[in-house]
Design a protein around this ligand. Structure first.
Ligand code: NAD
Length: 539
């Protein structure tokens, strides 16, 4: 048996002794900070993905019939397991993705523990049956309500940058909504995906209801084809398009959480110290590999010098190193491929006149895939660095003079995930926020709102379609069924056959009076309605 490790894709193919007949493909997961192997998983074939979907569908029948409280108890047991193992889980996240373990605790564990608590206890209330006001139809003895039913099986495809928080939130919400789930975690962080499955297994989730299928893009593509009822995809725009095309061919819906190029606007009346600290954390947390990272910062020219100096000072004071080491602020980037993208964008910007004020290179930790936190100015919107998602620790600064100019610059992007506005005048902040094209706009805050389980998460423009989190996210995971009741079943409807001249006259009256929404106007139709009723009785 011969083996061949392909560093670039991190896959290991096994062959028989004469070198052909590929038998299995295994993903080898490495620590991007040290290059050490963390573990390996097998790649699920299309047939295995299909089996996972079938098992989830079979298990979902009983699961979907449980009450929200019963489902919630399993989720809360899983939560207890996560709490008991939180340092080990944070350590695994750190080793597989390169981020500091401390940061994994705060950005991945804390939000999901909160989310598990919230949806385990509140899904019943968020999805309770709704009576719908049907206006004047109600006067005719009719009533309508909407009940929310599970979709069936949800396929989740997730990225590597928040390898625990992103899939876990979607798994919990899908399960609480009564669905079965098949999750395809990123090929860069498959062990964390597997750990997530283990937690729910140990919490007593019914066998087959949740399966983790590890693999690369092909396994994700197989999941879209495998007969799931919905795809929840988080990743790049390019892959999102492919997923949407495949889902369209299958005629299944998909939610797409894609990239961002999130702007931060700092007005002259902002607290400069708080804004500078926020910009540094917002741009460099997770080594800048967050879809909601601060990717462009626009500072009012009156405070630009002071703000820039403080940002540079704070950036230089950050400690970069192995994520598991105490005191590390910034870890390695998750892959060398990602670092190459960042370096290429920086090179291009510098070639077109950008100035590096801090960082700019790989730093001392040249063995792992590190990139220093980097601050640049003298940038403009012709540069790739200001147009394309950088997804790395780079903070470009630009100045502006007027509110209008700041809004224009913020909106001059094909993306629209989040944005951040800094000002001491909250009314101005809100006014500006409403004019920014983004799924979320924070005033005097950056980056963190994905952590709030109660609020919708998602983008506009190229940043995506649909929502995760909050009630809007739950509604993506259920089918709304309208149930309509007629309590005056003894009386035939006035609009049924036959279409006599009297009927036509009444319908004209409906068009003029009933649709006006006025009960008074509609009441003027009563004599005509009575005549029509008598006419129908005589049939
Ligand atoms: P990616 O698009 O390369 O991969 C995402 C997932 O899709 C992986 O699991 C991958 O294996 C799978 N995949 C690849 N090809 C596929 C195919 N043809 N069919 C189905 N699945 C396929 O993204 P990534 O590099 O893992 O993640 C980084 C990107 O994710 C960034 O653009 C970032 O902005 C985005 N992101 C968005 C959000 C959000 O909420 N909007 C959150 C985190 C990350």
């Amino acid at each position: 048996m011969a083996t061949q490790i392909q560093e670039a894709t991190r896959t290991l193919k096994t062959h028989d002794d004469n070198g052909d007949d590929e038998q299995t493909t295994i993903i080898v997961s490495y620590d991007p900070a040290t290059g050490e192997e963390v573990g390996r998983v097998s790649v699920a074939s299309a047939a295995e993905v299909g089996q996972a979907v079938e098992s989830a569908r079979a298990a979902q029948k009983a699961w979907g019939a449980l009450s929200y409280a019963e489902r919630g108890r399993v989720v809360l047991r899983a939560r207890e397991i996560v709490l008991a193992e939180m340092d080990a889980i944070a350590g695994l996240i750190s080793r597989e993705s390169g981020k500091p373990a401390t940061e994994a605790l705060m950005m991945e564990l804390v939000p999901t523990l909160d989310l598990m608590n919230f949806f385990a206890r509140r899904t019943g209330r968020l999805l309770r049956t709704e009576r719908i006001d049907i206006g004047q139809y109600g006067l005719m003895g009719r009533s309508s309500r909407v009940v929310y039913k599970p979709l069936g099986v949800v396929g989740i495809i997730s990225p590597w940058n928040f390898p625990w928080a992103i899939p876990l939130g979607e798994v919990v919400m899908s399960l609480m909504a009564g669905n079965g789930v098949v999750l395809k975690p990123s090929e860069l962080t498959p062990l964390i995906g597997r750990k997530l499955g283990e937690v729910f297994h140990n919490a007593g989730l019914p066998e087959g209801l949740l399966t983790i299928v590890t693999g690369e893009g092909a396994t994700g593509a197989a999941l879209v084809e495998a007969g799931v009822d919905k795809i929840m995809f988080t990743g790049s725009v390019a892959t999102g398009r492919r997923v949407a095309e495949a889902a369209a061919r299958k005629l299944i819906p998909c939610v797409l959480e894609l990239g961002g190029k999130d702007p931060m606007i700092v007005f002259a009346d902002a607290n400069v110290e708080a804004a500078a600290q926020a910009a540094v954390w917002g741009a460099f947390a997770n080594a800048g590999q967050a879809c909601a990272s601060v990717e462009r910062c626009y500072v009012h020219e009156e405070i630009a010098e002071q703000f820039t100096a403080r940002v540079v000072e704070l950036t230089r004071a950050l400690k970069q190193g192995v994520g598991g080491h105490e005191g590390t602020d910034i870890g390695a980037m998750s892959s060398e491929r990602q670092r190459d993208i960042v370096e290429a964008q920086l090179r291009d910007a510098v070639a077109h006149g950008a100035r590096v004020l801090a960082g700019g290179g790989r730093g001392e930790n040249a063995n792992g895939s590190f990139h220093q936190p980097t601050v640049v100015d003298k940038v403009d919107h012709t540069m790739e660095l200001m147009r394309e998602e950088t997804f790395g620790p780079v903070l470009p600064l630009m100045t502006f003079q007027t509110e209008e100019e700041a809004i224009e610059r913020a909106n001059d992007s094909p993306y629209g995930l989040t944005a951040s506005v800094w000002t001491n005048n909250i009314r101005r902040g809100e006014r500006v926020a409403e004019r920014i094209e983004a799924g979320t706009v924070m005033i005097n805050e950056v980056l963190y709102t994905h952590s709030i389980a109660q609020t919708p998460w998602g983008g506009v423009k190229l940043s995506g379609i649909g929502r995760t989190h909050g009630r809007a996210g739950l509604l993506e995971l259920v089918a709304a069924q309208h149930i309509h009741v007629n309590r005056l079943a003894r009386l035939p409807d006035l609009w049924w056959f036959n279409y006599t001249p009297r009927a036509a006259e009444l319908f004209r009256g409906f068009a003029r009076r009933f649709t006006s929404g006025s009960i008074l106007q509609t009441s003027l139709l009563l004599p005509q309605m009575m005549r029509r009723l008598m006419e129908r009785r005589r049939r």
